[in-house]
Design a protein around this ligand. Sequence first.
Ligand code: KET
Length: 424
Amino acid sequence: MASKTAIFRGILSQKPRFGARSMSSLFQNIEPAPKDPILGVTEAFLADPSPDKVNVGVGAYRDDNGKPVVLECVRKAERRVAGNLNMEYLPMGGSIKMVEETLNLAYGENSDFIKEKRIAAVQALSGTGACRLFADFQKRFLPDSQIYIPVPTWSNHHNIWRDAHVPQRTFHYYHPESKGLDFASLMDDVKNAPNGSFFLLHACAHNPTGVDPTEEQWREISYQFKVKNHFPFFDMAYQGFASGDPERDAKAIRIFLEDGHLIGCAQSYAKNMGLYGQRVGCLSVLCEDEKQAVAVKSQLQQIARPMYSNPPIHGALIVSIILSDPDLKNMWLKEVKVMADRIIGMRSALKENLEKLGSPLSWEHITNQIGMFCYSGMTPEQVDRLTKEFHIYMTRNGRISMAGVTTGNVGYLANAIHEVTKCA
Ligand code: KET
């Protein structure tokens, strides 16, 4: 009888049943995916050993020392979670308490739509997951519809509606010469779209341009949507980051609600509560009545079930603890304002530094734009030089995440921008 070692030796020396070659042929035609235009920048930044490196790529808030921030209200809420959390599944639609509090932020505390139970809402995997759930819902129940997306927009919007197989159209938004809103062309596109079209709108702090319509312009857009019976889908990833006040930043949505639209809305706590990696957000759809809302919610849950079954519990608990406790909520509102104000301060500092260096260009738009980003107007080639020569990382569309600018790096950043733009 063979010894034990001999048996194992035989097994080890046996060839696998499927040769390495035949396995590899399964995947051999798969090319590596292109780097993500935003998250790929973080990867490149992390791989750079230079001590001078600066990351103004991804829209993630940093304090004035360039460090990630956990809000004090979040720390306090976490202490309450500790020990009290069981690890049960949430329902498919997520935390009911969190969703209720989240609707208050978008639709208003005393909203009749909430009282009338006209809103179908589910917890989603942050803002991205909320957009994707809606896109899948759109494809399943409104299969002939398209989505109108602003030019430019957050790059992932294109991926989301592409993967949901919803055809995409674009509408004018940004005017490169004025570095502001191309309102006339936007309105033309709204008028020329077929009646009943779906439009993706950034509720506030438009990404990447930092250019929002004025209140008056929102009213005109809403009016024209009513005339055309268009459906607005609001992506609200930055509530609080535009003005420092979440209530003010909900203005566009409130205007559409006053005008009697049905709307969709994606909300995220990644930025305004700093809960990036917790993936906590909400998708809501305002329906005509409670019966419709019940049906729509049940269908949204059915879309979630085979994808991820139900959403994670931890971040949802943090959010519901903060928003249902008046002291913690107040603390949160103050902390949002601190973040927004630091960014506004950095806008002025960057502009002043560029002016002091004698830049021949106008940098007014840095302080005119709002939210997390400055759409600088730099070309992809200029951005490439910033990265190669100065180890400054940003998306190639020239978007600067102002949340990554600090008192310590603003001078270095301004100098580098001046160097690559002065001969333009
Ligand atoms: N919508 C917009 C407009 C947006 O800028 C982001 C994130 C999201 C939704 C999604 O955020 P979530 O973390 O899923 O709640 N934007 C930043 C990060 C990213 O690209 O994922 C960014 O533009 O840098």
